[in-house]
Design a protein around this ligand. Structure first.
Ligand code: GLY
Length: 583
């Protein structure tokens, strides 16, 4: 596509940082941006707003919504719809999402569009001869939860957006119809998932036969069925999806292929506005996603623990910092396995985010060596108080903001690459495999190696536990950061680290996302670090007793921010091929 090509070339220019022709390039870039209304990652002052996603075509769709008179909510919806076309292995309308919003009038809102288990789902759905079978929870009919993303986007559009949803759907339909060029990530996912996609004829036609036998970056993928579905949603709205043709076709396919999803499951799906998880960190307010995500709870829990350590004095990139952050993560992830689940079904103690509990956990951290965390802690009033439903109430992250004061952090997902691999015949819509995020059996790890307990067992109409962490940071009541990430449980770690880099180390979003990452999820007892921490830090972490696994790169995060001087900035993860833009 023309805009993608233009944008990509600009991103390559930005990466020319060390080149001696930099001043000339910057001049050329400035005039180019002026004429196109687009920007590199760190603009000073937008006319209307900022957008950051993992894909330049989706970022452009968000910017176009702003140019067309939309606000940050419209921009986020445009990004979500377009990501479902150009980044469809990660997210789409057959999946779910969480959206955290701060509206211009100061309201803070979290919309739960997580998938829901079908009514016929039972605790032992994935057990065969007493053992959990990951093939059942990860591919095909049983792996599918009732999708929530479209309901969420429609809800946000009706209540907080300005542009008609149909117009945004039509713009994304045109991208699906004309096609887009695959990036290297899409090609990599296709290659990894090829044999599973081939099991489902509809998916095979779209993703394997629709492309060269050995796809490569730059190949064009067209999705005419998906374009038609988007247009049917534009005409028929949520009724087409949840009570009409799409629900019926999905139920028919499920019945013929051993699934348990019915049309009545679709009809009963609802987006749930929930009370955000709120915490504080060194004078800043943290607003994040509540259960059924574990993200907000553990981002706040870890920040509460780390508040007891002088991270700035340790220095970013130091072994001291990596050690103490890893120790805090380990404690929080042990709690995740024990306590977290859908709050409409499980008691999730509010004490997990209390400052008092964090004191107790911080005291368990030794600075000289890695600790053994045998089990979850017991937060205050664990038996009495829990997050409740509030009626007033593989994955991608995107952030938007506008100059009116609307900020959005949204994380959307089909779960693992291409979700269940199932495309509902004739619709082009891929279905998620989020049923794998339930704990199929106590102590048995899911795709991401996460273990869970009773709180996250499978039940009819329950929502599987997530790590998605769309988060806003406020200072003096004003938003300064919208951030979140993709990558299973590392989402929590990436979001946390971006917040630390912003608050403790005063980094811009671009610098915060570029800084080295680490991740510890308690089980397995393994500390994942990016190679960029450097050999000396990695050796020191091993000396302190960590079992260290070194990764080339961890995750993909996006952010937009505004610093104390009022400068705006937006950043896509430098590990990927995303784009940040301003208009
Ligand atoms: N699909 C990953 C998550 O929701 O945590």
């Amino acid at each position: 596509m023309r805009m993608k090509d233009q944008f990509s070339s600009r991103v390559r220019w930005v990466r020319f940082d060390a080149c001696f022709v930099l001043p000339l390039l910057l001049l050329a870039l400035q005039s180019f941006l002026g004429s196109q209304g687009l920007s590199a990652a760190e603009p000073a002052a937008p006319r209307k707003g900022l957008v950051a996603t993992v894909n330049p075509v989706a970022t452009e769709a968000g910017l176009q919504a702003l140019r067309d008179g939309g606000n940050a909510v419209d921009a986020a919806i445009a990004c979500a719809l377009t990501l479902g076309v150009v980044d469809g292995h990660n997210s789409g309308l057959g999946g779910g999402c969480f959206m955290t919003l701060r509206l211009a009038d100061g309201r803070l809102i979290t919309l739960d569009g997580r998938e829901m288990a079908p009514a016929a789902a039972t605790r032992d759905l994935f057990l065969r001869e007493g053992k959990a079978d990951p093939l059942l929870s990860q591919d095909g009919a049983l792996s599918v939860g009732i999708p929530g993303e479209f309901a969420t986007l429609a809800y946000a559009s009706t209540n907080y957006g300005r542009l008609p949803l149909g117009r945004l759907l039509e713009a994304a339909a045109r991208v699906a119809e004309k096609g887009f060029r695959l990036d290297r990530h899409y090609v990599g996912r296709l290659k990894e998932t090829r044999s599973q996609l081939a099991l489902f004829p509809e998916s095979e036609v779209i993703f394997l036969k629709g492309l060269p036998t050995v796809p490569s970056a730059g190949d064009r993928l067209r999705q005419p069925d998906l374009a038609r579905s988007y247009r049917q949603m534009a005409a028929g709205g949520v009724a087409w999806f949840y009570r009409g043709d799409f629900a019926r076709r999905t139920a028919e396919w499920m019945q013929a292929h051993g699934g348990v999803v019915t049309a009545s499951d679709f009809a009963r799906y609802e987006v749930v506005p929930r009370e955000p998880v709120r915490g504080t960190y060194r004078g800043h307010e943290i607003v994040s996603f509540p259960p059924p995500s574990s993200g907000g709870v553990h981002v706040v829990e870890i920040l509460n623990i780390l508040e007891h350590f002088d991270l700035a004095a340790m220095g970013d990139g130091s072994a001291e910092l990596a050690h103490v952050v890893a120790e805090a993560m380990k404690l929080a992830f042990a709690d995740r396995a024990r306590w977290l689940g859908d709050p409409d079904f499980a008691r999730v103690p509010r004490g997990l985010v209390s400052k008092k509990y964090a004191v107790e956990l911080a005291q368990r951290i030794r600075l000289d060596r890695a600790s053994v965390v045998a089990a979850a802690g017991t937060p205050p009033e664990a038996d009495r108080e829990w997050f409740t439903r509030e009626r007033n109430r593989h994955t991608t992250h995107f952030s938007t903001a506008d100059t009116e004061g609307n900020w959005v952090a949204c994380t959307a997902s089909l779960n693992t690459s291409f979700g269940s691999k199932v495309v509902v015949p004739g619709t082009g819509l891929l279905l998620n495999n989020h049923m794998d995020d339930f704990s199929a059996q106590p102590g048995v790890p899911n795709f991401f190696g996460l273990v869970g307990a009773e709180a996250n067992s499978i039940e009819a109409r329950k929502r599987p536990l997530s790590s998605m962490s769309p988060t806003l940071v406020l200072r003096d009541g004003q938003p300064i950061l919208s951030v979140g990430a993709a990558g299973g449980p590392t989402i929590i770690s990436q979001t946390l680290l971006a917040i630390l880099r912003t608050i403790d180390f005063k980094k811009s979003p671009r610098e915060a996302l570029a800084a080295p990452r680490l991740h510890h999820q308690w089980k397995p007892d393994e500390l994942h670090v990016e190679r960029s921490w450097g050999e000396a830090v990695i050796a020191e972490l091993r000396r302190r007793g960590h079992t260290v696994a070194v990764d080339a790169s961890l995750g993909a995060a996006q952010a937009v921010g505004r610093d104390a001087q009022g400068h705006w900035s937006a950043a896509a993860d430098p590990r990927g091929e995303g784009a940040a833009g301003v208009w």
